[in-house]
Design a protein around this ligand. Structure first.
Ligand code: FMN
Length: 367
């Protein structure tokens, strides 16, 4: 299979094209430090054969959010370094997703709007992304992914829902400005030989929000700004319900009723737009990729360069090796029930509920 062969882009040499997508784990401690269970989680997926692990959203700012992994201060570097060392020892590369979020109230649903952010706030946000990238490099990450997807700060800027009338709004170029300025700042400080990509929602699935019409243009702007890869997610907005509960949320963590590969058209559309401007930066597909064969079909059809898998490998860290070794029947299968997401919403350790049941049954069988 071609997706199992090595690939190189920027400073990243991957042993294959399989990416474990970011998934908030709630395994960081209450301050945001790496813990042993978090390291074990990633080592298990590295042993399980992924070429790249893109670590869960990691806070670039010090604002309350329970058990969120953080990179907003140098004090977090040693723990993160321990994690990247452990994953590298298994032959797997590791990037980290950098997240900034506006002030919000989980209880009432109130959320600060990007229209309310002053130039001072914007400068601070840009600085936080740049400083965190410098820290990520020191912590041994092979690259960073700017979180420009779902309902967070950068994604709210690039959305058509951003009604700013100044240079950070008005048109697509303006709405993308904060991200392109962050890129500029990062390149100035870490140089060209460090992998910096982003994750966007290919469609936002809310009224008046971005569709492929906007995101293809955004992808072109980002590629021109020097982005090394674009990971394509979907939805995740909060305009139609609290975090990941509305329709947009159900597209993000694509629910059981949606077909396999429901968002392949998004990575395909973005690849197409990048081809138009002569850009060959890798595009990551996500959303119910069924198995390796399915991933290979997506790649062979030129609809994505890297194959992103999240929940199936949360359910079974050996999702890849069991397929490679013809042990498919042993796979603990993700049913896309989103029990993991419910745990995330309760700030409990984000494990697969099915895998837990299997473990319980096995333990009972042994007793
Ligand atoms: C519990 C949970 C936490 C997630 N956390 C993140 C995150 O931190 N950042 C992100 O971009 N996506 C996050 N996602 C979305 C996944 O990366 C992925 O896009 C989605 O689950 C679809 O892929 P899948 O069908 O292979 O699971 C999360 C998904 C789940 C279920």
């Amino acid at each position: 299979m071609k997706i199992l062969e090595p690939v190189k882009f920027r400073n990243l040499e991957l042993r294959n094209r399989l990416v474990w997508l970011p998934a908030v784990s709630c395994l960081a401690d209450e301050v945001g430090f790496v813990t042993d269970p978090l390291i074990e989680r990633h080592v298990a997926r590295a042993k399980g054969g992924f070429g790249l692990i893109d670590v869960e959203a990691c806070g670039v700012l010090d604002r309350k959010s329970p058990n969120l992994l953080r990179i907003c201060d140098d004090k977090f570097i040693p723990g993160l370094k321990e994690m990247t060392d452990a994953v590298h020892a298994e032959g797997c590369k590791m990037t980290v997703q950098l997240i900034h979020y506006v002030k919000q109230s989980v209880r009432t649903g109130w959320k600060q709007a990007v229209e309310d952010l002053s130039y001072e706030d914007i400068e601070e946000c840009k600085r936080q992304f740049i400083d965190s990238t410098i820290r990520a490099r020191k912590a041994g990450f092979d690259g960073v992914e700017l979180h420009v997807a779902h309902g967070y700060t950068l994604s709210s800027f690039i959305s058509l829902l951003n009604k700013r009338t100044d240079k950070y709004g008005r048109n697509t170029e303006g709405r993308c400005r904060i991200v392109t300025e962050i890129m500029e700042g990062i390149r100035k400080e870490v140089g060209d030989d460090y992998c910096v990509g982003c994750r966007i929602s290919g469609e936002e699935f809310v009224m008046g929000g971005n569709t492929l019409k906007q995101t293809t243009e955004i992808a072109q702007i980002f590629a021109r700004a020097g982005m090394d890869f674009i990971s394509v997610s979907a939805g995740g907005k909060t305009e139609d319900g609290p975090w990941y509960t509305g329709y947009s949320g159900s597209r993000c963590m694509a629910t059981a009723n949606l077909p396999y590969g429901c968002h392949v058209y998004l990575s395909a559309g973005i690849k197409e737009a990048l081809r138009e401007i002569g850009s060959d930066i890798p595009v990551v597909v996500s959303g119910k990729v069924k198995d390796l064969k399915h991933g290979e079909e997506i790649f062979e059809a030129g609809k994505a360069d890297l194959i992103g898998i999240c929940r199936p490998a949360l359910a079974d860290p050996e999702w890849i090796t069991k397929q490679v070794e013809g042990r498919e029947k042993e796979i603990i299968k993700c049913l896309y029930c989103n029990g993991c997401l419910v745990r995330d919403q309760k700030h409990e350790a984000v494990n697969c509920v099915i895998a837990d049941k299997v473990a319980e049954r096995n333990a009972a069988g042994r007793n």
